[in-house]
Design a protein around this ligand. Structure first.
Ligand SMILES: NC(=O)c1ccc[n+]([C@@H]2O[C@H](COP(=O)([O-])OP(=O)(O)OC[C@H]3O[C@@H](n4cnc5c(N)ncnc54)[C@H](O)[C@@H]3O)[C@@H](O)[C@H]2O)c1
Ligand SMILES: [Zn+2]
Length: 364
């Protein structure tokens, strides 16, 4: 078992990572099961694929599952409202813990419900997608999407515990697994060249289902995220912003397809990271070899690395307007995460939009 602490004073918590942890979930969740009962928020896919394992693993603890429809559309006001009503109808109180069992959608939705129900009740995250295991379940960001944009209504609400079972990924479909892998690569690109080299050698094993490779990669990513979140819980000192590597470009691409399944978040991030490194190389910040290495690594894994790969035909002017609407801009300038090499990302908070537009026009 790997135990990774997230040090946040009285909001500190542990992330436990272990093969087959779901089948021992009861041991870890007993302290959170008032009256020997747990309310589990999940989605229909996850419950069908992994629900029985969790139920068995909880042993004598009775489970009250609340199922939402799979997909981004569940991060909405109507689904949140219905979820809160159901949680209250089940008698959930402030001292109780809601279990979020699913991908980032369930984690963000149930996490936000936990943040506001009874002015805040407890939360345990059991992430089941690779993206959720390495990213969204750790750090306390919760949100829903609203008319003005994605994740614009939410709260910081740290979980009390995160349980990660890499074996739960066995039922995740390949495209979703790859999308999560893009976020894995992101951690290596931010500040861990050695991990990038490990991924170069072991990425294929991880993607083919090797349990040890998965556990090692997840633990490395979670430790990195725990470190960044402990240093900058609310994204005030800028360190947490490094986690947005590839995301400014990526969000523009997601906006372009209306946040539809045409392009998954991780796929957009893969293209975005490729663009961030290409842009850094053009500026002479990193070598063209490093930029090519990033692109080739992602492409070899099977991820899209260009707009063409994603069958997107978006003019640079439109991508720039999406980027200018994104929240990471200040006084008409863009904040981008650039890099002086693999494992050496930094925040550049004053990039001229015209420079990025000219770059995109050449690159896309
Ligand atoms: N809070 C944060 O810090 C943070 C960080 C990154 C992303 N996010 C959010 O996360 C969301 C994306 O998360 P996601 O990629 O996990 O998407 P998701 O929750 O929609 O899951 C992807 C799909 O896989 C299915 N699934 C998940 N686990 C499975 C399993 N083990 N077996 C079979 N099917 C499974 C789900 O039902 C869904 O259909 C976005 O809404 C994004 O905004 C939040
Ligand atoms: Zn992301």
């Amino acid at each position: 078992m790997t135990r990774i602490p997230v040090a946040l004073g009285e909001r500190s918590y542990d992330i436990l990572i272990e093969q087959d942890l779901l089948s021992r979930a009861g041991e870890h969740l007993l302290p959170y099961a008032r009256g020997n009962r747990l309310v589990v928020v999940t989605d229909e896919h996850v419950w069908a694929a992994q629900g029985e394992r969790l139920r068995t693993g909880l042993g004598a603890i009775a489970v009250e599952p609340i199922l939402v429809a799979p997909g981004e559309a569940s991060k909405s006001w109507p689904v949140l409202a219905e979820l809160c009503d159901r949680l209250l109808a089940l008698g959930v109180e402030r001292r109780d813990h809601i279990v979020a069992f699913g991908g980032g959608v369930v984690g963000d939705l149930a996490g936000f419900a936990a943040a506001i129900l009874n002015r805040g009740c407890g939360l345990v995250q059991i992430p089941t997608s690779l993206l959720a295991q390495v990213d969204s379940s750790v750090g306390g960001k919760t949100a829903i999407n609203v008319a003005a944009g994605k994740n614009l209504v939410g709260a910081f609400h740290q979980p009390a515990l995160v349980l990660v079972d890499p074996n739960g990924l066995d039922t995740l479909d390949r495209r979703q697994l790859l999308a999560g892998y893009a976020e894995v690569v992101k951690y290596a690109l931010i500040d861990d060249l050695q991990f990038f080299e490990w991924l170069d050698a072991n990425g294929p094993r991880l993607l083919a289902g090797d349990a040890d490779a998965r556990a090692h990669a997840i633990a490395t990513c979670v430790a990195a995220k725990a470190r960044i979140v402990s240093a900058d819980e609310r994204e005030t000192t800028g360190q947490r912003a490094l986690l947005n590597l590839g995301h400014s470009f990526g969000h523009a691409l997601e906006a372009e397809v209306g946040y539809s399944d045409r392009l998954l978040h991780g796929e957009a991030v893969a293209i975005g990271m490729t663009l961030a490194f290409a842009f850094s190389a053009e500026r002479g910040l990193c070598t063209p070899e490093d930029a090519a290495r990033v692109r080739d690594h992602l492409a070899r894994a099977g991820l899209p690395v260009s707009l063409r790969d994603a069958r997107l035909d978006a003019p640079a002017s439109r991508l720039i307007s999406h980027m200018m609407l994104d929240k990471k801009k200040r006084e008409g300038r863009l904040t981008l995460i650039l890099a002086s090499g693999i494992g050496r990302a930094f925040v550049e908070s004053s990039v001229e939009p015209a420079e990025v537009e000219a770059f995109l026009a050449r690159f896309t």
